[in-house]
Design a protein around this ligand. Structure first.
Ligand SMILES: Nc1nc2c(ncn2[C@@H]2O[C@H](COP(=O)(O)OP(=O)(O)OP(=O)(O)O)[C@@H](O)[C@H]2O)c(=O)[nH]1
Length: 309
């Protein structure tokens, strides 16, 4: 089995809860002989209940109305239209996290609330870059909790990459500064920085990120080159409010959505794409470093719609 096909199998397996929920919500709605307004209303509600978001639900309803009104409707036909619509929404935002040739190191700040899967995602991103033969360094800029620093160190050791860290409660900006200096001196290509993601206090978070930016700017005016927000799909609609807040406070350039394997609420990825249009760099469908990959819009759409490939 090739790596791609096994990823695709895992993708379909991982999104199984999401697609089952969609199927359950739609069940019973497509048995009528001809598609009428009432059924369209019910299907639209079912799509909203599947976390796809009102805008996506409305546009799928529109497509169904145009293509199938007063015609027969099979479950497969509905799912195909859903898949097409989701793929069209995801296509423009399915953008892998790529680094520019210059300047090196490219600096990626990773933000997200505690428990979102931020640390694991940093390890997974590092793994993706290592696979592309880039030199990677980590910086433990989330100095708020000792556990976060410890966890990142364990990942660095497992992956065999250097890590810059300091004491709990230390100054994140100085860790980032040290990281860029050492990465530059040792010819590292990508510096991935863990940051504290305390949403509870926006001004504190903003101050901390501003300070990191100022320090980075002195060494490398274009840095940070990416600010990646990690979102936990299991939080459903709450993930959308997080994007709203972090987008402005932290100048987010792209998203990674994790734990799509552990939830029936994976439709929220589509709602996020439709509402914000930010690049979605990768999705997480498990706990190992292999479980984060950039995705093909079409495959993910098929997995969410539950269309066997
Ligand atoms: N099933 C699944 N679990 C994941 C995924 N990503 C992360 N996790 C798990 O989610 C838990 C939290 O992940 P962390 O990476 O520690 O999250 P964090 O945001 O750094 O959290 P704190 O360390 O609490 O700040 C861990 O048990 C991870 O193994 C994923 O894509 N799928």
């Amino acid at each position: 089995m090739t790596e791609n096909s096994s990823w695709k199998d895992r993708l379909f397996g991982g999104l199984g809860k999401t697609s089952s929920r969609l199927t359950e919500n739609l069940s019973g709605l497509v048995t009528k002989a001809k598609l009428d307004e009432a059924t369209l209303d019910d299907i639209e509600d079912a799509l909203i209940m599947s976390d796809l978001g009102p805008a996506t639900a409305a546009s799928i309803r529109e497509k169904l109305a145009v293509e199938r009104f007063e015609k027969g409707l099979s479950e497969h036909a509905v799912k195909e239209i859903i898949q097409r619509e989701i793929a069209a929404i995801l296509e423009p935002v399915a953008i892998p996290l790529e680094i520019d040739a210059f300047p090196r190191p490219q600096v990626i700040l990773v933000i997200g609330v505690n428990g979102s899967g931020k640390t694991t995602t940093i390890a997974k991103l590092a793994n993706l870059f290592l696979e592309q033969d880039y030199g990677v360094m980590l910086a433990a800029g989330d100095t708020f909790r000792a556990a976060a620093i410890g966890q990142l160190k364990i990942w660095a050791e497992r992956l065999g990459v250097p890590i810059i860290s300091g004491p709990q409660g230390g100054d994140s900006a100085s860790i980032v500064y040290e990281g860029v200096k050492q990465a530059t001196a040792t010819g590292i290509d990508v510096l991935i920085v863990d940051t504290a993601g305390r949403l509870q206090n926006r001004s504190e978070l903003m101050d901390e990120l501003d300070k990191i930016r100022r320090v980075l700017g002195r060494l490398n005016p274009a840095a940070p080159h990416n600010v990646v927000l990690v979102l936990d799909a299991t939080t459903g609609q709450n993930a959308l409010s997080q994007i709203e807040v972090f987008r402005d406070v932290a100048k987010v350039t792209g998203l990674v959505m994790t734990k799509l394997d552990g939830t029936a609420r994976g439709g929220v990825l589509v709602a996020a794409a439709k509402q914000f249009g930010l690049p979605i760099h990768a999705i997480g469908i498990g706990e190992t470093v292999e479980d984060l990959r950039p995705f093909k819009a079409e495959d993910l759409a098929a997995a969410i719609a539950g269309i066997e490939q």
